[in-house]
Design a protein around this ligand. Sequence first.
Ligand SMILES: Cc1ncc(COP(=O)(O)O)c(C=O)c1O
Length: 394
Amino acid sequence: MSVPSTLSAAPATSTPPFLPFTRPTIDDETIAGVAEVLRSGWITSGPQVKAFEARLSEHCAGRPVRAFNSGTCTMEIALRLAGVGPGHEVITTPLTWVATSNVVLDVGARPVFVDIDPVTRNLDLDRVAAAITPATRAIIPVDLAGLPVDRDRLYALAHRHQLRVIEDAAQAFGSTWQGKRIGSFGDFVSFSFHANKNITTIEGGCLVLNDEREARLAEQYRLQGVVKSGQDGMEVELVGGKFNLTDVAARVGLGQLPHLAEFTAKRRDLARAYFAQFAALGADRTGLRLPVADFVQSNWHMFQVVLPEARLTLRRAEVMERLHAAGIGTGVHYPAVHLFKLYRRLGWKDGDFPHAELAGRNIVTLPLFPAMTTADVARVAGALMEILLAHSKS
Ligand SMILES: Cc1ncc(COP(=O)(O)O)c(C=O)c1O
């Protein structure tokens, strides 16, 4: 069959495939391992979870670690272990996934938001002391996009005021502080292994604890408060939930961990490429705000820019729509939590935390995942700059 001349004469252009803002990388060995678990006859919590916890503990300098079916429940359990409940206050950031403050409400306590530092986009530690009252029991800092909160200042503050810390390090697996891995020191540390995280179990999370007593209690909270003994003994002394990780999920996590260093290095290289592209394209002239250029401590969970609201004729949704039309996926992480209806009903309002609100309205997560190339980065930066330059107020 002859080729129609119109086709043979067509220019050799091809549309690049759609680039999502993130995508997990799961190797064939892990997929085969999951199949083995599925055939093994034991698919819920069992030997894979135990092995996963042992590896996680190694990652965290030998501290006790327990795995769960989400990061969210690990924070709720940590709050319970810290004795936080009705009448207590917990200080946290309004620029986070709503899970961070929802868990405070879940245990009957009140979140106390403190504005972010607009440069790091993390809790502004300079403002925390002023928010402490006699009812304050804990601080939940969040390492947004994997950029660590200053642990030295955080723990100095916590010790001075005798507060517990529940590190919401959901996004910071693989990040470090002063050469030490996040999770290897400190008080409670919570990680998420949700599908978008740097290391995934599809859904899941883990909690780093201080000692075996806390670890045993965490196990009780994880599964209906049950304690088994001997062949047939069972006792329940507290109200636990249904938070156990399955062996299938744990096997995914076990297959991910050996790639952590390589994934983190790749993410750092891609982040560097974003900075180089934006510098070359003159992003500073548009007022686009880039993240902190930390190539040592951050795991680059996300590459987030803040659009120059005052200088743009487009709203964020329109910028995202145009990027989508150019085959580029983006995300919003996150709208300011205190402006959700639930939180407005509890008394918060517009203007309470101006830095978090500005970021919440204008932050955009650009594509960043280990399987991306620097050519993808150039395409994203180029497309965004083209939109910004074409729609800047003169
Ligand atoms: C900052 C932050 N906190 C908490 C969570 C909750 O983790 P999970 O989705 O595993 O419950 C996430 C996950 O998206 C997160 O990004």
